[in-house]
Every structure is written in C-alpha cells, then in structure tokens.
Design a binder for this molecule. Structure first.
Ligand code: FE2
Length: 323
C-alpha cells in the first residue's frame, strides 16, 4: 500500500507543550544539548505511525531499486556497492525513498538481499513531513511551532524527515556525529526532533549523547555535493562553527567526550541540538528500534548551494510558522 497522502497538516497538540518548552526544559536543553520529553505521542498516534511505516515497507520493491545503502562516515569506501551520494539519494529531498541496511545486501552479489525486503530497509526519507499525512501531522503543527519559538527560532524551516529502522540483528551503528554537519547553516542552527516509535534501549541500539558537548565542539566539517558535480564529500567549515548564542566558545574539538545512553519509551520526543555529539550502537537484539525524526533550521541563516540537500520548491523548505 502506498503512503497516505497529506490532507491536513494540523495535529491536536497535547496541552503540556502548547506554549513550547517550559523554563526548566529549556534550561536542560541548553545545558545538555538534548532533552527527552516522555509521552509526547499518545499510544494510538504511535500505532498509526507504525502502521504507516509498515505500509511503506510493504510497498518497497527491491526489483525497482538501485540498491542504495545508508552508510555513514568512512564505511562508505569499504564495499563495492552503491552508497549515500548516488543520484537516488541526492534527489530524495522531496520524495519517499528507501535506503538499505548494508548487512542486508550480499557482499558478493550487490543486487541480492539476504533478508526479506521489509527487513532490509535502514531508512525511509526524506520528505515524509510533506508526503505522508500521519508523519506530516506530527511534524508541521502548532505544538512544534511553539517549541521552535521557545528555542528562539525566527523562521524555522523543516527541511528533511525520515523513519530510521534499526532492524533486528543487523541494524547498523551510527558513529559520533553532529547533525549540523549534514544540515549546515551559517551560523549553525539545526535542531532534531526525534520521536521513538518503539522503546529505544541499550539492548536495541538506543541513542547516546555526550552531555554538553554542543558547547565544547564547533561544527568543523560539512556534508556537501562534491565539487566534481557527482556524489558527496565532507569539507572544512569556513563559516561559523557555533550557533549565535554560543559564539564565545573555542572552535576546537574536544577529544575525550563521554557518552551517556538516553533510554526512552515509545512516544518520547528527544530534541537534539545540532552541535551535540551523539551516536548509537548496532542492534544485535531480536527487537527492532523504529524512530521518526525530522530536522529544522533557522530560515534566516545562510543555507548555500553546496549542501547536499537543496529545496525544490520556490518558497524553499517547509515553513513552521504561519505567515
Ligand atoms: Fe544524528
């Protein structure tokens, strides 16, 4: 079954967040670089989102797929296979596309899946906030606008969204990174909204954070379209490495960050500062770890044509504030 088309973008916001983050929540986010908000989604909404995810997975047809895998960091060169950076990935910003878990693809026969198709997908992206009604409803809504307002954003733009599927036994690890590397604005401004659709724990590849690392670590690399015109690469950041309110901090990277796991229940919203270092381990358990995440940036900051993700609409990325 195909994804449910968008009909309305308004969800009913729970009362607790209708005015945005409370002062203690804001203080915790600013201090630690992330914030867990339990029960941000009620169980029936979580069920609807999981049903939508299963519908999308069931509509995935590997015979019509370029076998693009989702691989992070240096792993991109370790196999003779298609990776993030190919055309299927680069043109996914306004579509719903499927990226494969590397361990689901045969190393000797790159066109052969070792698992059933619905258990081989690592990620579905990057325009669920535009093209799928259930995901649009929890992305572009008044509650998230209020959260963005409380974080000080002037013109928040939702620029990408995805379901991340840590499949049982093969769901890959994600090495330490800062989200602003992948969604760079000058100065950096990315904020991740990460909704657990299933419990995310130590056992199934939950998220770990280096608390407060957003204040110690500038964004030194950015993920850009390669200068040769095809594919992607990392380049040194020439502009600001810290958001406006953290300008006075040194721009070097701290080497010895300690990570703490944020174990969360299904329905929890985790807000992630674009400069905070975070990672997740491989899922070796028999339990999946499905999450939905989208990112917003400050629309008034500079977003240049080098970034891998480019708006395709005349009015740019999706506005969160009404005109
Ligand atoms: Fe991330």
């Amino acid at each position: 079954m195909a994804p449910t088309p968008v009909q309305s973008l308004e969800a009913a916001p729970p009362a607790s967040l209708k005015d945005g983050l409370s002062p203690p929540q804001l203080e915790a986010f600013e201090e630690e670089g992330y914030l867990c908000i339990p029960d941000a989604l009620d169980p029936s909404t979580v069920r609807t989102l999981l049903d939508e995810t299963r519908n999308m997975l069931n509509s995935f047809d590997p015979s019509q797929h370029p076998m693009t895998q989702f691989v992070t960091g240096d792993d991109q060169s370790d196999r003779n296979a298609k990776h993030v950076g190919d055309e299927y990935f680069l043109t996914s910003g306004d579509k719903i596309r499927y990226f494969l878990e590397p361990d689901a693809v045969s190393p000797s026969q790159p066109n052969t899946l070792l698992k059933p198709p619905h258990l081989s997908v690592n990620k579905i992206g990057h325009a669920l906030h535009d093209l799928s009604q259930p995901f649009a409803q929890i992305s572009i809504n008044k509650r998230n606008a209020a959260i963005a307002r409380s974080l000080g954003l002037r013109d928040p733009r939702v620029l990408q969204s995805m379901v991340i599927l840590k499949q049982p036994e093969i769901g890959g690890a994600v090495p330490p990174h800062q989200d602003s590397t992948f969604l760079y604005t000058d100065p950096p401004s990315a904020v991740g909204f990460w909704y657990a659709l299933e419990d995310a724990t130590k056992g199934n590849g939950g998220l770990s954070f280096a608390k407060g690392s957003h204040k110690r670590n500038g964004v030194s690399k950015r993920f850009v379209r390669s200068s040769s015109g095809a594919g992607i690469e990392f380049e040194d950041v020439a502009g600001s490495r810290f958001p406006e309110n953290l300008k006075d901090n040194p721009t070097k990277h701290q080497q010895d960050e300690k990570y703490e796991m944020a174990e969360v229940k299904a329905g929890t919203l985790v807000l992630i500062h674009g400069n905070v270092l975070h990672k997740s381990e491989k899922n070796t358990s028999g339990k999946s770890r499905f999450v939905y995440t989208f990112h917003m940036i400050e629309g008034t900051n500079k977003y240049d044509g080098k970034n891998w993700l480019q708006p395709t609409r005349k009015d740019g990325f999706s506005k969160l504030f009404e005109d």
